[in-house]
Design a protein around this ligand. Sequence first.
Ligand SMILES: Cc1ncc(COP(=O)(O)O)c(C=O)c1O
Length: 382
Amino acid sequence: MPVSPILERQTTYPFVRLNEAAQRVRERGVEVFDFGMGDPREPTDPKIRQALVDGLRDRMGYPTAVGLPELREAIAGWAARRFGTTLDPDTEIIPTLGSKEAIFSFALAVVDADGARDTVAYTDPGYPVYERGALFAHARPLALPLREEHGFLPELDAIDDETWARLAVFWINYPNNPTGATAPLAFYEQLAALAREHGFVIASDEAYTELWFDDPPASALQLADRTNIVAFNTLSKRSSMTGYRSGFAAGDPALIAALKAFRPTVGTAPQEFVQRASVVAWGDEAHVAETRERYRRKRALFLQLFERKGVRIAGSEATMYVWAAVPDGESSESFAGRLLEHGILIAPGSYLGDAGVGYFRVALVPSEEDCARAVEILERAL
Ligand SMILES: Cc1ncc(COP(=O)(O)O)c(C=O)c1O
């Protein structure tokens, strides 16, 4: 049977391995608290659910790739309120089916792998989809390590001229999964100047901009000059809508035009009833503020526990993740294995990239009650 060699070379998606290990522990009768994957288990706001139901009609035709004008206007309105930025709903925004598919296929739309610009850079540890999208587009993947001593920002000064010249896409992701680090606007400004100078695209994955605890994080959309810049955002984390699949790409009109040309072939326009629900979700901040408060309380439980136990917290400024150093003498995987024996499933940092070795990630997705029960278990296990 013909199978893509790229697919054959691909290792199992790390979370599949993690869930298999958890299943084996469950089969032994141990209750497992799942802090592994970042799939929020918070309920979706009733107004949003109702809008989805109301959006169902006798016949639902094919949705168009550019989406409903109401949805693009709702996104532009949100971006204006949140980032003080003006986006033209017709030329600077396109809806996506969640953001994962759009992130995966972005390299296919913009990279000329046979040309001089064949490289897609992304940060490590990180979301695995940037690299996989690059590989399937036959681009050259380049992992840039995120180091704690550098605030979990990529070291731009360490990139040589040859690499800049070959760079097609530079993926950044702040607030960052998995480290929870944020990036100041000055970082976006510095990278945007380099993108203009060297002619590469900045793809800014902003899935976690709304899960913050101190100051609202910056966005690439705040830059006055958005040449070569596209930002991806999503309702998945902000509005606990992972199952709806609704997000958007916004930025440089030339890049949005490329996506408008590419995406109808892929067939990734969100269903119209999902778009209707999304209009309501982007238009409301009250449910987002409540969600943030819930994460804030859950996060405090873990930060206090780790402080009491001498576990060193790193990054962890925003997002639904706590990123911390594994205790001395243990590896990321042995530590995760030990906690799993107690019924606590966390992600070893090594599963999230080579530079994640020595760390672990807690996704604050179980209910507050389950978080409190898990903290009690960890109180004894750590
Ligand atoms: C960094 C990052 N980007 C993008 C996504 C994709 O989210 P979605 O496809 O649900 O919008 C995730 C999901 O976990 C993520 O962690």
